[in-house]
Write a protein that binds this ligand. Structure first.
Ligand SMILES: [Zn+2]
Length: 250
């Protein structure tokens, strides 16, 4: 059950102390996917996790940080990392003040680099009263190739994986006739610190979008949802089983 879409009485009566926040991004996803891609994937992941384990699902946040997509009009609707940090901090404190003890955050966009310091600082400040876990899709992504779900392992953006996910989640929004394959020859992920993705990938695709299928997307989504729940259980059990060290719960 996704409590977040119900009434306030349903949220209260559920007795849950877990809040689930998934975070997307509004940014270019090549010529074939909508700018809402990460938001739609964030929604599918957050809903999927909440359906299996319960919890107060906060509808996915559409915007975050995405400077690496700057360069085309409408391709990077986001905010600066410090503002995102403050916004998330405020919302987590707000949830804590309403009695939530656990917050699971699912970033469905790879460019939210401020997420790690945010999680660490929340836990260092508020444990044991609040525990925050980051459920990391990128940890699971490498398994898609080794388990034979995806054919390519070079995707960084809008390639086989993201396109497959969108063919499964929202097929009408995908223009497969415009899908392209593009792997930049002399670029690596860290180069996005030096320039926008458009410097290395003119169409904004870094990966092989042409071989995407909805079947791959469904397998990916199911695999990610169970993988994220495993990560979450592990993180909360690590935190729940801690004892105070000196004057610190962290
Ligand atoms: Zn994306």
């Amino acid at each position: 059950m996704i409590i977040g879409y119900g009434t306030i009485d349903e949220v209260i009566q559920s007795g849950t102390d877990l809040a689930i926040i998934s975070v997307g991004s509004i940014e270019q996803h090549g010529p074939h996917l909508p700018v809402t891609t990460d938001w739609e994937i964030a929604t599918a992941l957050g809903e999927g996790v909440a359906k299996l384990i319960g919890g107060f699902y906060v509808p996915a946040f559409p915007v975050s940080t995405n400077r690496e997509h700057m360069g085309k009009r409408g391709s990077a609707v986001g905010m600066s990392p410090d503002i995102f940090y403050d916004m998330m901090w405020d919302i987590c404190v707000n949830l804590k003040n309403q009695g939530f003890k656990k917050i699971a955050i699912i970033p469905a966009h790879g460019g939210i680099f401020i997420m790690n310091p945010l999680i660490r600082e929340l836990n260092a400040t508020f444990q044991p009263d609040l525990m925050a876990a980051k459920l990391d899709c990128s940890e699971i992504w490498s398994e898609f190739f080794t388990e034979g779900i995806l054919e390519s392992k070079t995707e960084l953006h809008a390639g086989e994986g993201e396109t497959s996910l969108m063919l499964h989640i929202n097929p009408q929004s995908v223009h497969m006739d415009k899908a392209i394959d593009w792997i930049p020859e002399n670029a690596r992920q860290g180069d996005l610190n030096y320039g926008s993705i458009h410097r290395y990938c003119p169409d904004g695709v870094w990966g092989n979008a042409k071989c995407a299928t909805p079947e791959k997307g469904k397998k990916m989504l199911d695999h990610m949802i169970t993988g994220l729940i495993k990560q979450m259980n592990r993180a909360f059990s690590l935190m729940e089983n801690k004892q105070q060290i000196g004057n610190s719960w962290f």
